[in-house]
Structures are given as C-alpha cells and as structure tokens.
Design a protein around this ligand. Structure first.
Ligand code: KIV
Ligand code: NA
Length: 264
C-alpha cells in the first residue's frame, strides 16, 4: 500500500534489483500497471505521438499533458508518477523550468518531473524547489531535428561525452537518468559509475531499469512507421481490438447484438 519513493529506487540499485517503467496516459492503463507492480509510471511527452497523433513530440503542450498526468496520478496507489516536461516549457532557463515543474506538481500532483538533455543548472534549480528530477540523455526526441532523426547517440568518441553528461545530471541532483538509444557498453559503464539509477530504452541489458512506451510493449501501435528494434511486444492489442470491433460490427449487422439479456 505504500507509495514508491525515489529512495526506494536508489535502494534497488544498491541491492542490484532491476525494475521496469512504463508510460501511461490514462486511468485504465495506470490502474492496470500499478496493480501489476510497475513501480514507476511516466506520463511521457510521447503522448504527442501515442495519444494526440502528432508526428513528433514537439507540438504537445503543458495544457494538453496536465490532464493526462492527473488521470494517471488519480488512478494509482503505489507507483511513483513522473510528468514529462514538453518541448518549449523549460529551455528558457531556471525561472521557466521551475514554473512549469511547479504546475506539474500543483495542478497534476505527480511525484517527479522529467526533462531532456544534460542541463545541470535546470536540474539543480528544480531539485532546489523540492521537486525530484529524472534526467534523459542519449537520443532525446525533442531535439530530433537537430540530431537529424532517430539515431544512436554516444558511439565511438562521443561515448566520453555521454558518460560526463550522466555524471553532471547525478551531481546536479537528478534522482535517475534515462539513457535512450545508446550503445550497450556505454550504458553499462554509466550504470556502474553513477550513483543514481539508470533507465534504459534501446540501451542494452545492463541498466538498472528499462522503460518502454506502453502501446509499443503491448502491440497497440499502428501506423507511424516501423516499430523500433529496441521494442519487444508482450501482447498483440491491435489484433485483439480489431477482432473485437469486427465481431461487434458483424453481430450488429446480423441482428445478434443486443440479445434479450442486454435489453430492458
Ligand atoms: O516520453 C516518453 O515516452 C519518454 C520515454 C520513452 C523515456 O521520454
Ligand atoms: Na519523453
């Protein structure tokens, strides 16, 4: 019955216990994942793609995300819920970053926020306001136009920079760091060196935790190009829903539904 706290994630790292994070954007999945024992739920700005149907994460706004965050918080009893700061809501500096983070904590009552990039000044300022900060380095989708598409980060010479960035995030007071699309060996080194939990997505098996977008994990994603290599599908919800919709439509056309038991 107790809420997961950031210290529990640190204790898990010290014990060598791995854990899973999933995205969630609504009350049903939040309740299901919470009761399934997922300790951390991320209301990602990936709602841009997976809820709102935008092509990138860039257009989604704080006002669009806050009601989703509130729904996930309201539906969970145990999970630590992280709200993801969208593009444009923190880059101006510490004042804007604190103001946006406070909105997430006050209006949606989440338990932590996440932001993209190695931004020690912003991490320190937000943490200084009493708000736990999850960092996110490697491939950062909000910078996809600068990076030039979905590309693995931290290869070769770049590995050193990534390791330094992870240290900077930890020293600035981040409680965890997401490593997205980085070579497994680099993620392994970062995980061994930094005192805070690392959460991998396309970062190999040696991070302290793993995260996937829930619609990818459950096979609900349709359209929007091929599923990335780092995704494993643990269900085929798109197929299940297609079958359900077709069965419903067929029974309506055939006069089978509704039956006497559905009728007043
Ligand atoms: O928005 C998101 O879903 C994320 C995770 C993939 C880390 O940032
Ligand atoms: Na995100």
């Amino acid at each position: 019955g107790q809420r997961v706290r950031t210290r529990h994630l640190l204790q898990a790292k010290e014990r060598g216990e791995k854990w899973a994070m999933l995205t969630s954007y609504d009350q049903y999945t939040a309740r299901i994942f919470d009761e399934a024992g997922i300790p951390v739920l991320l209301v990602g700005d990936s709602a841009a793609n997976n809820v709102f149907g935008y092509e990138t994460t860039l257009p989604v706004t704080v006002d669009e995300l806050l009601p989703l965050v509130r729904a996930v918080v309201n539906a969970t009893k145990r999970a630590l819920v992280v709200g993801d700061l969208p593009f444009g809501s923190y880059e101006e500096g510490t004042t804007q970053a604190i103001r946006t983070s406070v909105r997430f904590m006050k209006e949606a009552q989440c338990h932590a926020i996440k932001l993209e990039g190695a931004r020690p000044a912003l991490i320190e300022a937000i943490a200084g306001a009493g708000i736990p900060v999850m960092a996110h380095i490697g491939f950062t989708p909000q910078s996809e136009h600068q990076i030039g598409g979905y590309r693995v980060q931290g290869r070769g010479e770049q590995a050193k920079i990534l390791v330094e960035q992870a240290h900077e995030c930890a020293e600035a007071g981040a409680f965890a760091v997401v490593l997205e699309m980085v070579p497994g060996e680099v993620a392994k080194q970062i995980t061994a060196e930094v005192p805070i939990p690392t959460i991998g997505i396309g970062a190999g098996p040696d991070t302290d935790a793993q995260v996937l977008v829930w619609q990818d994990m459950a096979g609900l994603r349709t359209g929007g190009g091929p599923t990335p290599r780092f995704v494993k599908q643990y269900a085929q919800l798109a197929t299940t829903l297609t079958d359900a919709a077709q069965a419903f439509a067929q029974e309506v056309r055939g006069g089978v539904f509704p039956g006497p038991e559905h009728t007043f």
